[in-house]
Design a protein around this ligand. Structure first.
Ligand SMILES: [Zn+2]
Length: 332
């Protein structure tokens, strides 16, 4: 990214653990990302200052290389209205409640900032550079601590009346089911997220079930991670396999609703939990196949995403580049 006259956007990703930023050009090439730890306790002022600092560094870098910046796309995990520049709520960032993030950030930097839900950004990256190239409609589900989703429908990113549409993680898959982090019951996220898998594993330990997780975590169940459960399942532990099987089954229930509702060309699964791979996907697909209308299902591919953790930055910047007329692909 050294040629004078080139155009790029800043792609930024605000996560609960890290803030990452990079320059992204219209070919989808990414500069070496800058990473800052997200200020603790989700304090809005400290996060704004860290974001502004990262943006200034990249502005300077762009200027030094003769790259024209068309804006900054910022992906945030949370409910937000990008058009209004407003974050309604962000579960990882307690300080972001009804915050005019766009306006506050633009007061600190000399670049236009466009907010985007992080899963929407990942969906656009999939559409632009990933398995979704050339398709018309896709859903990108990010399976991590929570479940995010971005929906591109007939070439347009679905935003809805509130600007915050596409919350597939909170589709209800069980009417009186498990309590979700959002406060409701029976959401997909309450079954098929890393948080749900951990909850079930801790409950199994508390019930004294016979599992290989018992000895290492007897004294410190809080140290258990979803990866430990996945590893145990992979090694054949029946309790861990049962937990993952349940998560996969409900994932399949959710997938069936997405297929029936949207009939997308493609559903991609991204996020940390997809490391579980074959423990998750085949049972989810079996559940989906048993539920979905074959005539719809035949036209939908379901795949693990090949995009890495840079998807959020790529997508947030890509949407800005598309808006400015620098990409052949558009989804607004
Ligand atoms: Zn929920």
């Amino acid at each position: 990214m050294r040629e004078t006259g080139k155009v790029a956007a800043i792609g930024a990703d605000l996560g609960g653990t890290n803030i990452r930023l990079a320059l992204v050009d219209s070919e989808g090439r990414l500069s070496e990302p800058y990473r800052y730890p997200t200020p603790p306790r989700g304090e809005a002022a400290a996060i704004l200052e860290t974001l502004a600092q990262g943006i200034r560094v990249l502005q300077h870098q762009a200027r030094a290389h003769g790259i024209r910046l068309v804006g900054c796309g910022l992906g945030v995990a949370g409910l937000l209205d990008g058009r209004a520049g407003l974050v309604y709520t962000a579960p990882n960032v307690p300080g972001f409640q009804n915050l005019s993030l766009k306006k506050l950030l633009e007061e600190k930097v000399e670049v236009t900032v466009t907010l985007e839900n992080d899963a929407n950004a990942a969906a656009f990256a999939e559409y632009w550079l990933g398995a979704g190239r050339g398709v018309s409609s896709l859903v990108c589900l990010t399976l991590g601590t929570g479940i995010g989703s971005g929906i591109i429908l007939e070439g347009k990113l679905l935003r809805g009346a509130s600007g915050a549409a596409g919350e597939a993680g909170h589709m209800v898959v069980e009417a009186d089911g498990e309590r979700c982090g959002c406060g409701a019951r029976g959401c997909l996220e309450a079954y098929s997220s890393a948080t749900a898998i951990l909850r079930d594993a801790r409950a199994a330990l508390a019930r004294g079930e016979v599992t290989s997780l018992r000895e290492p975590f007897r004294a410190r169940p809080e140290a258990l991670t979803a990866k430990d459960v996945t590893d145990a399942a992979r090694a054949g532990d029946p309790v861990a396999r049962g937990i993952l099987g349940r998560a996969a089954r409900y994932l399949g229930v959710g997938l069936a609703s997405l297929v029936h509702l949207l009939s997308p060309d493609l559903i991609t699964l991204a996020g940390g939990l997809t490391a579980a791979g074959d423990l998750l996907l085949p049972p989810a697909l079996a559940e989906l196949t048993g539920r979905a209308f074959p005539v719809l299902l035949r036209r939908t591919r379901v795949e693990l995403s090949a995009l890495a953790e840079t998807a959020g930055m790529l997508g947030a910047a890509g949407l800005v580049l598309a808006d400015a007329g620098h990409l052949w692909v558009h989804a607004r």
